[in-house]
Design a protein around this ligand. Structure first.
Ligand code: DAH
Length: 355
């Protein structure tokens, strides 16, 4: 058999049987490499003459083209196979049905803090914060409540050091002191946060929440206090009319001081705010005592203003019909999914406040 033909046959059967990519290179060099079988035949061309030389070279070149094109074909075939195998081994089954996501709920206390913040925020109050651990000075002394003042005993304070210098704040009022000591008047802030007293029953828990308000400027009077509270209560309880009364009271840090009651009645077992002949106390307030201003380096003959403090948990109970305060702090997921709020419903005037 002619030499070229037998090399071609040899090549054909080898390339036919190859099944891994790496072997293709070996076959290529066996035939077309420097010492390859076909390459060797090319070396014979110079020894031939005339037609023989021409025919031989022609056949050789055809054989070379044949080998190159089969190698190319095999290469494509094996590469394609490799990609297919990879794709099918890395396949992801996207036909599984979706599983519903359960959103967490916003706790009613957080919700009410957000509502209060949004309402006061829209009329010029910014939010101030202070730590839960306070000094005796900020919590009492600077608020015009000196040692042995009876108001100190009424607070059932958790003291953290034997010298009674560090305590868990009994109210948010020390944030007034921090605010005034850290900047210049005017001040217009609210300060929501946790407060602590050693007390526990259906309407008291050792940890509870308050929001403080403070507005100090050159011409602030009790009329402003009344206007702001009236505005707040209407917005918060979503009512057009509100019955509100200021009852004279006493706090060491305000003069005069008042407690504010709102009118309500019970209809079909539900509490209706703003109507009726019953009164509900909701906050303490007054004009900031000149001693407090002096303790904070604010000149009382130039600046004056009002302050107020409200219990947030109580507001949440009233607005959302929750009747045991202790349930707020039990972390019962069933309770929370019933009384909690959608995290995407952020309170704002244009959207309405709460349910
Ligand atoms: N700090 C008082 C309390 O916890 C509440 C209070 C009353 C705050 C009058 C005030 C205020 O700012 O002016 O009972």
């Amino acid at each position: 058999m002619d030499e070229i033909l037998s090399i071609r046959k040899d090549f054909d059967s080898k390339i036919e049987n190859v099944s891994v990519l790496e072997k293709i290179d070996l076959i290529k060099s066996e035939f077309l490499g420097k010492k390859g079988k076909l390459t060797d035949l090319f070396k014979k061309i110079p020894n031939l003459q005339g037609e023989d030389r021409k025919n031989f070279a022609l056949k050789l070149n055809k054989a070379k083209d044949h080998i190159n094109s089969l190698i190319e074909k095999k290469l494509n075939e094996l590469q394609g196979k490799e990609i297919q195998e990879k794709l099918s081994s890395e396949r992801i089954d996207i036909s599984l049905p979706g599983r519903p996501i359960e959103f967490g709920k916003i706790h009613p206390v957080t919700q009410v803090i957000d509502e209060v913040t949004a309402i006061f925020g829209e009329i010029g109050f910014s939010v101030a914060e202070g730590p839960d651990l306070e000094t005796e000075f900020n919590n009492f002394t600077a608020l015009n409540t000196p040692e042995h003042h009876p108001a100190r005993d009424m607070h059932d304070t958790f003291y953290l050091t034997e010298d009674k210098n560090i305590l868990l704040r009994t109210h948010t009022s020390p944030v007034q002191i921090r605010t005034m000591l850290s900047g210049k008047p005017p001040y217009q802030i609210i300060a929501p946060g946790r407060t602590y007293r050693c007390d526990s029953d259906q309407t008291h828990t050792p940890m509870f929440h308050q929001v403080e308000g403070l507005h100090i400027d050159k011409d602030i009077n009790m009329g402003h206090l009344k206007g702001v509270l009236d505005y707040f209560i209407k917005k918060f309880f979503n009512v057009d009319k509100i019955k509100m009364r200021f009852r004279p009271s006493h706090f060491p840090f305000t003069e005069p001081s008042a407690e504010v009651d709102i009118g309500y009645e019970i209809k079909d077992g539900e509490i209706i705010i703003g109507e009726g002949n019953k009164w509900l106390e909701i906050l303490g307030c007054g004009m900031v005592h000149p001693n407090v201003l002096r303790n904070c380096k604010v000149n009382p003959s130039l600046y004056q203003g009002y302050a107020f403090g409200m219990g947030i948990d109580r507001l949440a109970m009233l607005k959302y019909g929750i009747n045991d305060l202790r349930s707020f702090f039990e972390s019962d997921i069933r309770w929370l999914s019933h009384f909690g709020f959608n995290p995407l419903d952020i309170p704002a005037s244009y959207r309405g406040f709460g349910k």
